[in-house]
Design a protein. Sequence first.
Length: 386
Amino acid sequence: MPLLDKNKNLELKIASLEAEKQAQQEKIFWMSNAQETLKTLFQSLASEVLESNSKNILSQVTFQFQSLFENLKTDWSLKKEEIKNIVSPIEKELQSLDNQIQDLERKREGAYSALSSHLAQLAEAYKELHQSAIKLEQSLKSPLVRGSWGEYQLQRLVEMAGMEEHVSYLNQPLTEDKRADMIISIPGNRKIFVDAKTPMRAYLEAISAENETLRKEKIKEHLSAVKERIRDLGKKEYARTQAEAFEYIIMFLPSEGLLSLAFEADPDIFQYGLERNVLLASPINFLALLKAIALGWQQQRMTQEVEKISEEIKKLYDYFVDLLSTFIKLRKALETTIDLFNKASTICQEKIIPSTRKIQSCGALSKNIPDVYPIEMTTLKDIESA
């Protein structure tokens, strides 16, 4: 019995569910039909509204465009003139700019042409300079040419420094049995002996070496050559043979490279020379030394001129004192003369003139007799006090 009741309840529930399902399906169907109907209705209404709005919008746009076109057409002549006024200065500036660019282009072409010509001349000059350098290098391999070149460099530097020949230096002098290329006189009756040395062989080979190993080897040879000449100069001992000789002998190297290459090989090369009373000099520092000596001579000449002026001032002072003494003597002589004159005038005025006037009054003589008055000394004293 309980099972039958359960079956009936289930059947009743199933029937109830099916009825609800049927009702739901009918609602869905009705809603679908309503949706389709509404969709069709809305599409129809939207088409009508869009068509109507499109016509209105097109009409309004057409009207506004026509109005705008008419306004633009009316104002075009004015706008055209304004645009022309704006564009015309720009057109002139562009034309001027174009002319300037063309002018610059012509100048650039001319400059490039001149530059090409200068480069060609420079190349030719470099070629000639290179050939001259080769000839000079070949010439400097000769000891005689090297010696003449060194002496010429000495002469040129002395002239550049403004030294006076046979006063500040002596070219090619002979000192007993030892020869110096130059003796430079300095103030104080002292002399500096100068020898020009040109150790060129190893130097030329060093600067033209094809590799570093060969270059270092030739630099060492150049250093040895320089030191050998330092030792030779140190043996001459000019300072011992002549009392006025300077303590150091100047070893002049006519090229900066000769000294710099030796210094590169041995930075103590200057000390090496000083220990042997030899002072190394290249054209630059030798010219500086000559300038200093020339300034010394100039200062000495100025001192001598000042001494001469001082002597003349002393003489002038003595002459002035003598002149004053003479004036004093002259004054005394004048005072004596005036005193004698006054005595003579007193005799004339008191004795002679009265007697001669008596004779004149007798009618024998007609000329007037003038008076002779004495000179008053107070007049001279007034002049002196004034």
